[in-house]
Write a protein that binds this ligand. Structure first.
Ligand code: PMP
Length: 326
């Protein structure tokens, strides 16, 4: 590995980690793209960079300008780092249900943070809609609009997909990932399908999200809820709209928690909740496909962002969940 050029030049080119415990259990190669090793700590650094650079290239963002976004946290963290590195201001609107660690970190990074009540997208006070209005009111400001801005999935079509293809020598049987905006899933799926249409592309979905039913029946509907953050949706975003999808897998919170704790205790990987959904879905897919297959998923972010929640027995109990024994 050579020298990288600043924060921006350090985004991407993450390792692809064989998850030993689950690979050995299933007889499949279960591989996790180590996005928690991006310099901002999550998969969203890639989208943040492509969104900002697309705005720069279009002449929409000029020196001293402001990047505005509604985000569950990780996109905001990526944007705030890049804004520091490139000399922009950053204004983040975040639902007040998100972890305090992420909100504190955004403020430490210098972003202006506005917390708003978590209400559905159909409500004008929804965090995404508030962020769009704020951006429109400010001079020399852009709305990152990660849900419907296709620069998001382009990041994964241009980088994550090709990296996975190169790292596996093209030997991939399946790609599975949960979706928030859908950028990671869709961009990577589009690239991999172009390389080999036989690669099975599967959406992982937490309870309370409508994407599973959308893939299965064509209608967005959901049941239950999830403590995972940054994933699940009640609408089909522009980034997801025409994403190649063969199937969907649903993973419950108790299943995801079991996975997160096994990753921590047996694999030495300290991961966030969406990783529990992703790797849990990869394991379900491994059982469907049978031994001998290579299944790639994403290790979206690390566990430190959720110390007070996923790794706190009292908080889990307040949600009716148990810390897995081990
Ligand atoms: N996991 C976490 C922890 C996230 O913050 C996000 C982004 N919202 C995702 C997964 C999903 O990524 P995407 O927006 O590309 O679908």
């Amino acid at each position: 590995m050579g020298i990288t050029n600043g924060f921006v030049g350090t985004i991407g080119n993450t390792p692809l980690i064989r998850i030993n415990s689950f690979s050995d259990e299933t007889g499949c190669e279960i591989l996790g793209k180590a996005e928690f090793l991006n310099p901002g700590g999550s998969v969203k650094d890639r989208a943040a960079l492509f969104i900002i650079e697309a705005a720069e290239q279009a002449g929409l963002l000029k020196p001293g300008g402001t990047v505005v976004e509604g985000t569950a946290g990780n996109t905001g963290i990526g944007l705030a780092h890049i804004c520091n590195a490139k000399g922009y201001n950053c204004l983040i609107v975040i639902p007040d249900t998100q972890s305090q660690e992420k909100i504190d970190l955004l403020r430490t990074l210098g972003a202006e943070v506005r917390t708003v009540p978590a209400v559905p997208y159909s409500n004008p006070e929804n965090y995404v809609r508030v962020s769009g209005r704020l951006a429109a009111e400010l001079d020399n400001a852009i709305w990152a609009n990660q849900f419907d801005n296709l620069a998001n999935r382009e990041a994964h079509y241009a980088t994550t997909g090709p990296e996975i293809w190169a790292q596996t020598d093209g030997k991939v049987d399946a790609w599975v990932a949960a979706t928030g905006t859908g950028g990671t899933y869709a961009g990577t799926a589009m690239f991999l399908k172009e390389k080999n249409p036989e690669i099975r592309c599967v959406v992982a979905d937490p309870m309370g999200s409508g994407i599973y039913s959308y893939v299965k029946t064509g209608a967005v509907s959901s049941e239950g809820s999830s403590i995972t953050e940054g994933i699940g949706n009640s609408r089909i975003t522009a980034n997801m709209a025409d994403a190649p999808t063969d199937d969907a897998v649903q993973v419950t919170d108790p299943q995801a928690l079991k996975v997160v704790y096994q990753l921590l205790r047996q694999d030495g990987l300290f991961m966030g909740g969406s990783v529990g959904i992703n790797v849990g879905a990869a394991v379900k897919l491994a059982r469907q496909l049978g031994p001998g297959h290579t299944i790639v998923t994403v290790l979206c972010d690390g566990g430190a962002r959720y110390q007070s929640r996923l790794f706190n027995a009292d908080w889990l109990a307040s949600k009716g969940l148990e810390m897995p024994e081990g």
